[in-house]
Design a protein around this ligand. Sequence first.
Ligand code: MTE
Length: 303
Amino acid sequence: MRQPSPTDPKWSDVTPRSLFLDRRSLMLGAGALAMAGPAFAAAPSRYSVTEPPTDREAVTSYNNFYEFGFDKGDPKKHAGKMAVDPWSIRIDGLVDRPGTYDLADVIKDQPLEERIYRLRCVEAWSMIVPWIGFELSGLLDRVGVQSGARYVAFQTLADPAVMPGVRAQNLNYPYVEGLRLDEAMHPLTILATGLYGDPMPNQNGAPIRLVVPWKYGFKSIKSIVAIRLVADEPPTTWSQAQPSEYGFYANVNPQVDHPRWSQASERRVGDGLFARRRDTLMFNGYADEVAQLYSGMDLARFY
Ligand code: MTE
């Protein structure tokens, strides 16, 4: 993906030792840096939660990535066939510097951080995931957002050759998502290139995916190939598939139930079978940071 150059900081210069659990992951880190970009050059963040991360095995084997099938185990089973190197992202629309950017170029100069975030799926399960990523705002600043832009639209790879769900058309593909520009520019909104200190596993959305922790997980679109700055609210896959069940905003809100189930509580993946469900938090616990984005909006309404 990216040839290291002599001017690059060495991973050991910029990586807190705490990100390395043992010598083996340290060696993997050094090798993967040359191949997959600096997933390891990450610093801890003040935005991280202090809850213990969900077991890595669960994070990487209990997935939603419908392009690879409906079942939680399908992405891990099939996503290995997706080629993530080389990878490029088309960035266009209302930007000063549109183009097709190689992934190495996209992440160049973006400060990577470990962000330990809550992930709350609309299906009422949750996890704590130690992502590695950078703020989307940094990339948008670099490409130059024009004044008419009010939304950001994202698109996932759709390759029927390697994606059984795309072949079966179990949803409308390519999977698309969107954010309002101020949501996209919020410091909690990241593009993640790794988790648990390693490059992103394919089933979690390699090589680069969005993470918007105060919204239901379906907003956090995986394996991004296109980003477009637009004037009008863009279509999103789930709101097109079931407009009465999945809105554009999709902010986590325990008071607004899904038409077919309550959103008041959630099952934390990894909790025992008989563990008590946890209360779901307004904006998934990020209300202090993001509630002001929605002042004037009726949060009891379904968006
Ligand atoms: N992105 C794409 N392209 N396709 C998907 O099916 N599923 C979403 C989201 N991003 C999905 C996607 C849903 S419903 C959730 S909960 C999260 O990815 C799950 O992310 P994880 O598998 O890394 O936990």
